[in-house]
Design a protein around this ligand. Structure first.
Ligand code: NAP
Length: 300
């Protein structure tokens, strides 16, 4: 049953930079719905703080909760059920109460893909290739994903499920996060080619042939460290590749600036942020908000 007053929120730590309240308030107001979206900072060493927020959902004091770093995985044992996307990715960014069960979902992966499919295809950065499925043999497409953390897991899941092969470029190949990601994504697609290399000039140069998409999923370049760039200084971009930076603050990162200067189409991740928020809002309220209304609320 629709609530007469919606209370949504975001938990994570730190949350100072979050644009989510602006996005969700714009969505609420576009449907003339009464409600609020609050920030609930919960430190990594405060499991009781996280548990208390989930109790608020169970009790109906909150109608929806977004989860960000560092709780996207630690929240899982506190939930009753996961969507198949959240289960495959191993991370939750959206929680709702349905029939007295707390359900964890992940809208980062579909948000990323929707941004590519809908927003970018039609607007500022026409893609150099069709966004249809990849394929076997000559039609295969490879993306290089920089990083292997939470955002990388969502991006890699989206790429694999849409037929792409993926190479992770990371500080520590074959161990830690990269190994975990590759191990846990083995069953996503039987014919997928998923491997990892070091995020350094020589191993990357050797792997760039035929790469059509580069996605930064590290925080490098994010405010306030806006001068950082994850792409090695002296490594040319692959010809015709499309560059997507999940970092959305600043609006043009050094990576995107360098890619554009090299003649490539490149965008930052504000569209993904809007899409994942819109999908969470739909899960909680049943209403699909107008993306442009949400985007206008955060564009300055
Ligand atoms: P995370 O889980 O902490 O993962 C960060 C990844 O970046 C790790 O693989 C880490 O590798 C790597 N990394 C960090 N510093 C590095 C460096 N100096 N050189 C090379 N690799 C480095 O963080 P996350 O949740 O994935 O978030 C990453 C970024 O994505 C953040 O800026 C976040 O705001 C953004 N994001 C955007 C959206 C959106 O909607 N647009 C959604 C989610 C996240 P190590 O293991 O070696 O440290």
């Amino acid at each position: 049953m629709p609530a007469s007053y919606y209370r949504f929120g975001l938990t994570g730590y730190p949350l100072g930079h979050s644009l989510s309240p602006l996005l969700h308030r714009a969505a609420l107001s576009s449907f003339h719905l009464e409600g609020e979206y609050q920030l609930f900072p919960v430190a990594p060493d405060d499991p009781e703080g996280l548990a208390a927020l989930l109790r608020s959902l169970r009790q109906g004091t909150l109608q929806g909760l977004n989860i960000t770093i560092p709780h996207k995985q630690t929240v899982i044992p506190l939930l009753d059920e996961l969507s198949s996307t959240a289960e495959s990715i191993g991370a939750v960014n959206t929680v709702l109460l349905k029939e007295n069960r707390l359900i964890g979902d992940n809208t980062d992966a579909p948000g990323f893909w929707t941004d590519i499919r809908v927003s970018l295809s039609s607007s500022q950065a026409p893609l150099p290739w069709p966004v249809s499925q990849g394929g076997k043999g000559e039609g295969r497409r490879r993306g290089v994903v920089l990083g292997a953390g939470g955002a990388a897991r969502a991006v890699v899941y989206a790429l694999l499920t849409h037929g792409w092969d993926v190479t992770l470029a990371v500080r520590r190949a074959d161990v830690g996060q990269a190994k975990d990601l590759i191990d846990s994504f083995q069953n996503i697609r039987a014919d997928a080619d998923l491997d990892s290399i070091l995020l350094e000039k020589d191993p990357m140069a050797a792997k760039m042939g035929g790469v059509q998409w580069i996605i930064n999923a590290t925080p490098l370049g994010m405010s306030p460290e806006v001068d950082q760039c994850p792409w090695p200084d002296d490594l040319p971009f692959p010809d015709g590749a499309f560059v997507y930076d999940v970092v959305y603050n600043p609006r043009e990162t050094v990576l995107v600036r360098r890619a554009r200067a090299a003649g490539l189409a490149a965008v930052t991740g504000l569209g993904m942020l809007v899409e994942q928020a819109a999908l969470s809002f739909k899960i909680w309220t049943g209403h699909a908000p107008d993306r442009n209304v949400m985007l206008s609320a955060v564009e300055v």
